[in-house]
Design a protein around this ligand. Structure first.
Ligand code: PRP
Ligand code: URA
Ligand code: MG
Length: 217
């Protein structure tokens, strides 16, 4: 009999792994083309998702192999994959490859360039039918404003378990989100030390959405 209900620990997890280190370096580089930028985002999202899904509940399920009956496992809960548009879209396919049964619910938020405040422009969550576990994906967590706005929407929807996946977060953004949502699990590849005067993460990687979609101008 499988016994797979690992303990759920809230907090911030900076995932330390040689492959993350290498792909993140390539992602940061100003010389990385949009084509490789997208592929490094996908690889990093896969590695983050592997860590972030470690404690998902699994229930036993019978499997018939060509040779015998055996016992396998299947995910117990409804999993929602929540990309914050636009940049979060770059992390959807790799996570969906790992969890093909996940429901994808998009949240449209952009950061006003002058105020750095989040502006919501898309949300179509069906009232009364929240997922059990939300994996919120956005490569960048800078001031934390966009993530906080997304979490507020998901909390109102009724989601109980919140898992946030960002490739780079700023130290101050993470502190703000952790304080507001101490029950959330936050998975990041790297916590960078500062925001500059226009609230970009330094050293960071620039504007993730523009680099994914080749809209730097
Ligand atoms: O923590 P914050 O200070 O809120 O900043 C982070 C947000 O900014 C970026 O999105 P952006 O507003 O550039 O939109 P885009 O994905 O459409 O480019 C990023 O992908 C986050 O959503
Ligand atoms: O450094 C940052 C901050 C916000 N959004 C980004 O894409 N990058
Ligand atoms: Mg952007």
């Amino acid at each position: 009999m499988l016994s797979k209900s690992p303990e759920i620990t809230a907090g911030v997890f900076e995932v330390d792994h040689p492959l993350i280190e290498c792909h993140l370096s390539a992602l940061r580089s100003v010389n990385t083309t949009p084509l490789s930028f997208r592929s490094h985002v996908r690889r990093l999202a896969t590695l983050l998702a592997y860590e972030a899904t470690r404690d998902l509940a699994v229930e036993p399920t019978p499997v018939t192999t060509p040779l015998a009956e055996t016992e396998g496992g299947k995910l117990t809960n409804r999993i929602g994959l929540i990309p914050i548009l636009r940049a979060g879209l770059g992390m959807v396919d790799p996570v969906l490859d790992l969890i093909p049964t996940a429901e994808v619910w998009h949240l449209g938020l952009y950061r006003d360039e002058d105020t750095a405040q989040p502006v919501e422009y898309y949300s179509k969550l069906p009232p009364g039918r929240p997922v059990d576990v939300a994996l919120v994906v956005d490569p960048m967590l800078a001031t934390g404003g966009s993530m906080l706005a997304a979490l507020e929407t998901l909390e109102k929807w009724g989601v109980k378990q919140l898992k946030l996946l960002s490739i780079i977060a700023s130290a101050e953004g993470i502190e703000i989100v952790e304080k507001a949502y101490p029950q959330a699990q936050i998975y990041v590849c790297k916590i960078d030390p500062v925001l500059n005067d226009v609230k970009y993460i330094v050293p960071g990687l620039g504007d993730a959405g523009d680099r994914i979609f080749n809209t730097l101008g």
